[in-house]
Unconditional design. Structure first.
Length: 239
């Protein structure tokens, strides 16, 4: 049976579960804390406004050390099954992803899946950046055992990677804001299919990915297979 809605109702699709959303927002808070404190540490005009440099440095260090913890806690138990599944999808590249990259999402005939190639690339970069930040930041903070060349190299990599990460995070936020329903999906777990269809990006419906469309009063929407094509209504879990 195919789900239908009246004109006053809006079809919704299950996007992310509670664990995934918690991990996302906890990581986002830590990342933004690192970015803001880094700005106060490296920009003199901002540093003068705060004054308490040692406190800012301490907050920056501990926020950085905590960056992997939300993800590790999210995937550790049975509550993280959906998150582990999403990580598997993010790590799985298909010919359609390379085709998406070649056209930068402008090819309307690229099969749509839960995550597009741009999202996969962004996740891979920021995930790798967290590990590099941990390594280089630790050398910069506890520098005594390391030779001068290591400390100099760690500072260079840490600083320039921070600039690249700042650009990636800002681009990620702008992309999400340009796609109606994307932010709602990460806040509430549900996205409006109509909002995604009206998104500014050509693959806005692809942001919905391989999840099913549900009646607005349904509690669960069945998932379509990985790397699914255009999303349609699915059976099951309807009132």
């Amino acid at each position: 049976m195919v789900a239908t809605t009246s004109p006053s109702e809006t079809a919704r699709a299950r996007r992310f579960d509670g664990t995934t959303r918690t991990v996302h927002w906890a990581t986002a808070v830590l990342f933004l804390t690192c970015m803001v404190t880094a700005g106060f540490l490296y920009i003199d005009a901002l540093s003068v406004l705060v004054g308490r440099r040692e406190l800012v440095k301490t907050v920056h260090v501990w926020a950085g050390l905590a960056l992997p913890l939300p993800l590790l806690g999210g995937v550790a138990g049975r509550w993280g099954q959906a998150l582990r599944d999403d990580m598997g999808r993010l790590n799985r590249w298909t010919p359609a992803d390379w085709r998406w990259l070649r056209s930068w999402g402008r090819d309307p005939f690229v099969p749509r899946a839960r995550f597009n190639a741009g999202q996969k690339l962004n996740a891979a970069f920021l995930g790798g950046a967290i590990l590099v930040f941990l390594g280089t930041g630790s050398i910069m903070r506890w520098f005594h055992p390391f030779p001068l060349s290591w400390r100099t190299g760690a500072t260079f990599v840490h600083d320039w990677l921070a600039v690249a990460a700042f650009v990636a995070v800002v681009a990620h936020i702008l992309y999400a804001l340009r796609t109606p329903g994307a932010v709602a999906g990460m806040v509430t777990g549900w996205s409006s299919v109509d909002d995604l269809d009206r998104g500014a990006e050509g693959d806005a419906r692809g942001d919905l990915g391989d999840v099913g469309v549900a009646h607005p009063h349904a509690t669960v929407a069945d998932a379509l297979p990985d790397e699914a094509g255009p999303v349609g209504a699915v059976d099951g879990d309807l009132p």
